[in-house]
Design a protein around this ligand. Structure first.
Ligand code: HEM
Length: 182
């Protein structure tokens, strides 16, 4: 069975070198120079300056037609050309979590067009979402993106668009780390 639990270990050695770390909202994380993404377990922790744990889970909001579009064009992590990555842990407010499922879906898609906008950047940007909230972590989500250096500008444009949406008004902690494959 493929692994579903990962530790993102921030420290002074690892596969990914940190080019830039920016705290957009809420508390920052301690400075690090490298990140390792390691297959792990719920009980096991990894050394480092900090470790963030996340789980690959089922989709919550994606509808069938969207899922089919995503599957048809998205690419996997680990492409040799994708020497750049972004690791962006996020937390959403209690206000968000107190909404009902259909209200959250409405904000994400009808208002914020998260998937619709994101789809325009596939397959250039490969992505993976890790859930952390249900295992009591400091962040709710750990997001990971991989792309070629030539697609960096497109990735910035995507982030700019998403951060202006109604969905992002519920984000209360966000740290953006840009990485280079070592
Ligand atoms: C969730 C697509 C980029 C952050 C989702 C979901 C989809 C999606 C379909 C819903 C998953 C579900 O049904 O549970 C995309 C596509 C992108 C993209 C195609 C293009 C590259 C981004 C970016 C960020 C981001 C740049 C910023 C860090 C998130 C977060 C969630 C999410 C935090 C979870 C939201 C929640 O459950 O409340 N994305 N996304 N995504 N995405 Fe994106």
């Amino acid at each position: 069975m493929s692994s579903t639990i990962f530790d993102f270990v921030g420290g002074t050695s690892g596969e990914w070198e940190v080019l830039k770390m920016t705290t957009l909202k809420g508390d920052s994380l301690s400075e690090i120079t490298h990140i390792d993404k390691i297959s792990s377990s719920l009980v096991r922790g990894n050394e480092g300056i900090w470790t963030l744990k996340g789980i690959i889970s089922n989709l919550r909001y994606t509808e069938k037609a969207e899922k089919e579009k995503l599957i048809a064009i998205q690419e996997d992590l680990g492409r040799p050309s994708a020497s750049r990555a972004a690791f962006i842990p996020l937390r959403k407010s209690d206000e968000w979590w107190n909404l009902a499922q259909d209200e959250r879906r409405k904000i994400m898609e009808e208002s914020s067009k998260h998937t619709q906008t994101g789809l325009k950047y596939l397959p250039a940007i490969a992505r993976k979402l890790f859930h952390s909230r249900d295992i009591g972590e400091a962040f709710d989500f750990l997001t990971w993106f991989e792309y070629a250096p030539s697609d960096e500008e497109a990735f910035e444009e995507l982030l700019y668009a998403l951060r202006k949406t109604e969905e992002w008004t519920y984000v209360d902690r966000e740290v953006d780390m840009r990485l280079l494959k070592g």
